[in-house]
Structures are given as C-alpha cells and as structure tokens.
Design a protein around this ligand. Structure first.
Ligand code: HEM
Ligand code: NAG
Ligand code: NAG
Length: 514
C-alpha cells in the first residue's frame, strides 16, 4: 500500500470508531431527496444514494468531476455519507454565492461542517472570529514593516534545515522540511524570537494542525447524534492548548500585565500577532487561555496551506525546469535594483505567475468555498434555481481550475501564463480600457480561481501567504540549484476524501549555487 498521509492518523482506534458509526447509521435516511436539483447519476434513490454516500470519500474527485461535466454552469448534488452536497458552478452563480450575506448563506456554518470546528477547534473560533480582523487588518498592514524579520527567518531556516556541505547535491525530502520552514517563518511574525525557533513549540503546532485536518475528515464521517460523544475523543484541542500554554502563557501574561500597568500603547510593545490579538480581544477572549488558543488556531490556518503551496511549487519547478532561468533572472534583476523588500516582491511578476499557476493545478481539493444555506426559505439564484434550507453547498474547485473554458491548455502547467497576460494587458493603448486593471495576481480570487476562496470570506491571510511564498521561492532560486529526483517525474498528489495533498514522501535534489 502506498504511503498515505492519512495513515499516520488513521490508527486502529479511529477505524473502529468509524466502523461503529457507519453501522449505527445504516437506518439514517437522507433528507432533501425531493429536491428538483439533479443528482449525479446513480445516487438519487434512498438506497442507491446511501450506497453512493458510503463510497463518496473514496471517489470524491471523480464523482464531482462527472457532475461538473454533466451539469456545467449549473447546480447539481452528490450523495455524501450523511447528506447531499450541492455543487454550484458557472461565473454568475458563484458570484451570487460569494456575495450572499451571512444570514442567507453562512460561511461559518460551512466551516463548522468542513473542519468540524466545534470539536476540533472549539466553538469560540466561529462564534467570535476576531482573529480574522487581526489578520485582515493589523497583520496585513504591517507586512511591509515586518518584512526584514520574515526575510531573516527564511534565510536562517533554510540554512539550518538543509545543512549543505560545499556545493554537493543533496536529497531534499520536501514536505516535512518545508513545513518546518513555514512554521518557523510564520511564527517569527506571530510570536517573534526566540519562541519561533523552539522545536517543541513548532512541533506542537504542526501536530495540532494535522489532527484538525485529519480529525475533521473523520469526525465528518460520524452521524451528528454521535458527534458530542465521539468528537472530543478525536480532538487534541485540550491537550494541545495545555502544551501551548507552557510556551505562550508567560508571554501573554506579561503582555496583559504591561497593558494594565502602562496603557494600551505601552513603550516597547512588540509588533506581532500576540499584540494585534490583544488589541481586539474583548471580555472572555482577553484570558490567557483564549488568546493562546487563537494563536494555535491561526497557526492551523497557515502551516498546512502555505507549506503545501510551496511544496507543490518546488515539485513544479523541478518537473518543468525550463522555468528556472527566467525566474532566477527576474529575481536577480529586481533585487539588484531594489534590495529585499516587500515592494520588490511586488515587481516579481514571473514569480507571482508561477505560484498562481502552481496553486491553480495543485492548490485545492475537489471542493472549495464550503457554505450552508441558513435562510429558512432556502437560497434562490437569479435564474430561479433553489437550494433548500439547511443544505450544504460548495464549488467544484478542481474541476473549475482544470476547465478548458476557463483556461487555454487547461491541464498543462504553464508557469508564465499569468505574467504574459499581465504584459499583454499593460501594453494596451487605451488607458481607459478595463483590461488594464490586471486581476490575475497570486492574491486575486475569481469564479475561475478559488484557491483562496472568493467573496466576503476570501482568505484574509493571502497577502501574507503570497509574501511568504514569493520570498521563499525567490530565495531558493538565487541561493540554490534544484532538480528533480527523477527527471520529468512529478511526485504524485495524494487524496484523502475531498482533500488533496502534494506528495508527503516526494524528494528533489538541491545544492548551494557557486
Ligand atoms: C497558501 C496559503 C493559503 C491558502 C491556500 C488559504 C486558503 C484559504 C481558504 C480557501 C479559505 C476559505 C475561503 C472561502 O471559503 O471563501 C481561507 C480562510 C482563512 N484563512 Fe487562509 N489560506 C492560506 C494562508 C493563510 C494564512 C497565511 C493565514 C493567516 C495569516 C490564513 C488565515 C485564514 C483565516 C483566518 C481564514 C478564515 C476567514 C474567515 O473566517 O472569514 N490563511 N484560507
Ligand atoms: C527533512 O525531513 C526528513 C523527515 O522529517 C528528514 O529525515 C530529513 O533529514 C530532513 N532533511 C532534508 C535535507 O531532507
Ligand atoms: C496550447 O498548446 C498548443 C500545443 O502545445 C500550442 O501550440 C498553443 O500555443 C497553446 N496555446 C496557448 C494559448 O498557450
């Protein structure tokens, strides 16, 4: 059996719980069978839809792709284990979902379901999501100012983790090591030195992230009435928090004490996530435990996503090495002119394009933008199609990103497709032409690019993610040579239910440039 990331988590206890849950839920009948929205072939009747639902976690991507081909630009549904998942496609419909208010189509109810967050992260996270404000506001505003520290951490992290000798080629086991670099670099911005380099602190964040993603996939397989009983057994939130308090507790206590004694803007107050969270926290959330849990939670939103992004990009770079020289030329030219700054990264159009393309083809799983209809009358699209109250919906992310109607040569990796578009749009004569507004940056979202979601709730951390990934890729390109372990072979992506991971065992070759 090939190595699978889920196997690290799917121990016997977990499989036993799943088996029990599946057995207990046989008589569980799915509601919504009467909806007029087409079901993907073979899954409409109660029995056949139940069987399709049982199979769904193992064929998720194929079933969704089949529906997308059959009902392109429409709405269809697929049977998952305990319910229907409604899938929405087409630019108009996705725009309507993206702009629907929270009391009609709920993002938070979608997250509660997709991440089983009441069990994995605790109910406070979606009930009072003020960390999102801290990320969207203070963190994003401070990116330019904090860039030198982020850059410093990137340089040291790669040196430490690679420990290269001379300029000999070395095998680089990409995913676990990039995850370390990302965790360390992100925490330089979140909690600063020296904590961002403490291995035990980083590991605890990594483990918590893994249990949230894997745990959520497994808790989702449990019928609702058993979740309050079994959910907590599958979550490590309490023990992770206790462990995190060992590191974060004294720091947060000191910050709170300083604020009490010397006022909100006390002299020497660090510019980091701890401060930005304290600035916004109210009532119960000002407690040390609650603040530490927010920091853990923010880490979970960052570590997996960004490290998978860079891992994928390195697999693409070494599989399609014709990109290396043009990218390196761009980085050297921009850095020679401007030095290492956030605004210099803004001038690396090829780097930006390359990462966007890598995310387009590898970035997300089968589904994106998970949401739930919470308006009692259901949600009706402008063409009259209605999705009933209580339904879960999402967009067929991979199918959209691979759709030839959205992209020329859609299944081909073309690292400079977006930088070419940018050059073309900038070259236009008429300055009033709307095409001059380039909207294919790495951080731009759209109905055809949902890596960061789209609409009100598009990832608030994407400006930081883009800065970090661009700075890391640029650093690698001018500091190291990289090549594939086996020429022309890209380590296979791995699927777990609807989620997709770049290969966790993949390797590339790396050496210091001379
Ligand atoms: C390549 C890296 C990343 C990817 C692919 C990614 C992707 C996403 C996606 C798909 C969503 C849901 C959007 C929707 O459904 O419309 C999201 C939400 C979120 N992301 Fe990211 N993300 C990344 C990095 C980050 C970073 C670095 C941070 C924090 C600094 C972050 C913090 C968040 C938070 C807090 C939310 C929830 C937003 C809300 O509650 O409204 N993410 N992200
Ligand atoms: C990367 O991570 C793996 C597993 O965690 C480790 O065995 C390896 O030595 C690390 N370093 C490199 C350069 O691959
Ligand atoms: C698509 O691929 C074909 C064959 O490789 C090539 O000739 C064509 O120029 C490509 N189109 C675009 C828009 O990249």
């Amino acid at each position: 059996m090939p190595h699978h990331p889920a196997m690290e988590y799917l121990d016997t206890k977990t499989l036993l719980i799943y088996g029990l849950a599946a057995a207990v839920s046989i008589p569980w009948l799915r509601s919504g069978g009467e909806s007029t929205i087409p079901a993907v072939a073979g899954s409409k009747g109660v029995i056949s839809s139940y069987l399709a639902g049982l199979r769904f976690p193992f064929h998720a991507a194929d079933v969704v792709q089949q529906g997308y081909c059959q009902y392109r630009n429409g709405v269809f549904r697929v049977a998952t284990l305990f319910r229907w998942e409604y899938l929405v496609s087409g630019s108009q419909r996705i725009a309507e979902v993206a702009s629907a208010p929270e009391h009609v189509i709920s993002f938070h109810e979608g997250i509660i379901d997709a991440l089983q967050s009441d069990y994995t992260m605790g109910p406070g996270i979606t009930r009072a999501p003020y960390h999102v404000e801290a990320i969207r506001g203070s963190l994003t505003r401070n990116l330019g100012r904090c860039f030198p520290e982020v850059r410093d951490e990137i340089v040291h992290a790669f040196e430490d983790i690679l420990s290269l000798e001379g300029n000999k080629w070395k095998e680089f086991h990409v995913r676990p090591n990039i995850t370390q670099v990302v965790a360390r670099t992100s925490n330089r911005l979140f909690v600063g030195l020296p904590l961002c380099r403490v291995p035990e602190y980083l590991d605890l964040n990594l483990k918590y992230t893994v249990t949230i993603f894997m745990g959520s996939q497994i808790i989702a397989l449990i019928p609702d009435f058993l979740k309050p009983l079994l959910g907590p057994l599958l979550s490590t939130r309490k023990s992770s928090l206790r462990h995190a308090l060992k590191f974060l507790g004294p720091i947060i206590d000191e910050r709170l004490a300083n604020e009490r004694d010397y006022g909100r803007d006390w002299p020497g107050k660090p510019n980091d996530l701890i401060s930005w969270l304290i600035d916004l926290a109210e009532g119960e959330e000002r407690k040390t435990e609650a603040l530490a849990l927010r920091i853990l939670t923010t880490n979970t939103a960052v570590i997996h996503t960004s490290s998978m992004g860079l891992t994928s990009a390195l697999y693409d770079l070494t599989t399609y090495p014709e990109h290396i020289l043009p990218l390196r030329e761009e980085v050297e030219r921009v850095i020679a002119a401007e030095g290492w700054t956030k605004s210099a990264l803004g001038h690396m159009h090829k780097i930006d394009s390359f990462l966007r393309e890598s995310q387009r083809l590898g970035g997300v799983g089968a589904l994106g933008m998970p949401r739930r209809v919470v308006a009692t009358e259901g949600f009706t699209f402008s063409d009259g199609t209605t999705i009933p109250y209580g339904s879960f919906l999402s967009v067929p992310a991979t199918a959209i990103h691979y759709d030839p109607e959205n992209y020329d040569n859609a299944t081909t990796f073309d690292g400079f497709r977006f930088s070419r578009l940018r050059e073309q749009s900038m070259g236009l004569e008429d300055p009033s032409d709307c095409h001059r507004v380039f909207n294919r940056h790495m951080v731009s979202t759209g109905h055809d690019h949902v890596v960061f979601g789209h609409g009100h709730h598009a990832c608030p951390g994407r400006f930081f993610a883009a800065m970090e990934l661009k700075a890391m890729l640029a650093h690698i390109l001018i500091t190291y040579d990289v090549k594939a372990e086996t020429k022309g072979i890209r380590p296979l992506d791995q699927w777990f239910g609807v989620v997709r991971f770049p290969n966790s065992g993949g390797k590339i070759m790396i050496r210091r440039r001379v």
